[in-house]
Ligand binder design. Structure first.
Ligand code: SAM
Length: 360
């Protein structure tokens, strides 16, 4: 039987939605980027798995949660990470010991720092973002290894030059991590956190350090390997984190059937991605079903559900309406807006993602 995700079985991006307007591009399982060729390659009968049961979506009954928007959550420059400058289609960031230059389509303004500051970069990512391999990284001063030590709020982890342009962390997510850690601490009871599309696991580590029992799900075995390394680095190996390589939707469906429940759910899905068995994730088609699933796997006294979205042509009003409708009858508040990073040089804001979160 087909599930709600099988509506579009050809695996192609929806034509009207394929264009991306935000900087964090598509993530596919195993590596972070599905090339246009890969997307075209996906055929109905090849690597895609049918899911067990269709999810019939109906509007939830009840009063809509209160709302708070727009809410702009900002990450300011700090000792571990700073957006030093931006402009002319690029950004200059400090990740621990390294200065890194990467393309930034939104930086349509002029650089504020002089060229000599940009020339001090340790690593530069240039060129066509569809290309695979570490070859797109250039190290102008000295060759660098794949990883380097980083810290977030006292948690040690590894930055890494990945194929595609990512560096193993999305610093703008720190606003969500702090909020979540506050909720876990304030609950003063055992808290279970589900981190879907968890990548290298920073959110999972923050939640575990705050005292939660964490389930971390990602389609990429490689990303889960990196996340486990980060757990070791952080000295949190004894904390209860389950690392699961699985399709996010399939996992949530299974948890619903098994009666497993969570107090906090985080989900940060890409615009386009693949589960480990080739399951196609298309944000516009699959997000309503997954949001509904997230509601149905909450404990009777849940704390929050946090959704982030990027690389999509949509406003935060869209995911706000989805979250508010989905959490009808649950009380609480839906807060929505953007995650931004404040630049050190001239104080300009770089928007990275849209978010919407339901807080009890
Ligand atoms: C942008 S990353 C999430 C970043 C993460 N929230 C963080 O802050 O570090 C998106 C992740 O989704 C994963 N992914 C893509 N499709 C998936 C799917 N169908 N099921 C589970 N994970 C998937 C990718 O492997 C990638 O690690």
């Amino acid at each position: 039987m087909k599930s709600f995700r099988d509506k579009r079985r050809d695996g192609r991006p929806h034509p009207a939605r394929a264009e991306q307007s935000r900087p964090r591009e598509a993530f596919a399982a195993g590596r972070q980027q599905a090339t246009p060729a890969e997307r075209r390659e996906t055929k109905p009968a090849d690597r895609q798995e049918a899911r067990p049961a269709p999810r019939v979506l109906a509007r939830r009954e009840g009063t809509l949660p209160a709302e708070r928007l727009p809410l702009i959550l900002e990450v300011a420059p700090n000792a571990d990470y700073a957006l030093l400058d931006s402009g002319a289609g690029e950004k200059l960031e400090q990740y621990g010991p390294y200065r890194i230059v990467r393309p930034e389509g939104q930086a349509i303004w002029q650089r504020a720092l002089p060229a000599k500051e940009w020339e001090r970069a340790d690593a530069i990512f240039t060129g066509d973002t569809d290309e695979e391999g570490i070859g797109r990284w250039r190290f102008p001063k000295a060759p660098l290894g794949e990883t380097w030590p980083m810290k977030h709020d006292g948690i040690d982890y590894l930055g890494r030059f990945t194929s595609f342009r990512h560096v193993g962390v999305f610093p703008e997510q720190a606003s969500h991590w702090d909020h979540m850690a506050g909720l876990i601490a304030a609950a003063k009871r055992p808290v279970k956190v589900l981190n879907l599309f968890g990548y290298t696991g920073l959110a999972s580590l923050v939640a575990a350090r705050a005292g939660a029992e964490v389930t971390h799900v990602d389609a990429s075995k490689k990303a889960i390997g990196w996340a486990r390394e980060n757990q070791e680095m952080a000295g949190l190996a004894d904390k209860p984190i389950r690392w699961i390589v699985e399709d996010a939707v399939k996992f949530a469906e299974r948890e619903e059937r098994r009666g497993s429940r969570y107090d906090i759910v985080l989900f940060d899905p890409p615009a386009y991605g693949r589960g480990p068995k080739g399951e196609v994730w298309q944000l516009f088609e699959d997000l309503p079903g997954l949001t509904d699933l997230c509601r149905s796997i909450l404990t009777p006294k849940p704390l929050a559900v946090v959704l982030t979205a990027y690389s999509i042509r949509a406003s935060f009003f869209a995911i706000h309406a989805l979250m508010r409708d989905t959490f009808a009858g649950m009380g609480g508040t839906v807060e929505s807006g953007e995650l931004i990073i404040r630049e050190k040089s001239a104080g300009r804001a770089l928007s990275t993602s849209l978010f919407s979160r339901w807080v009890a």
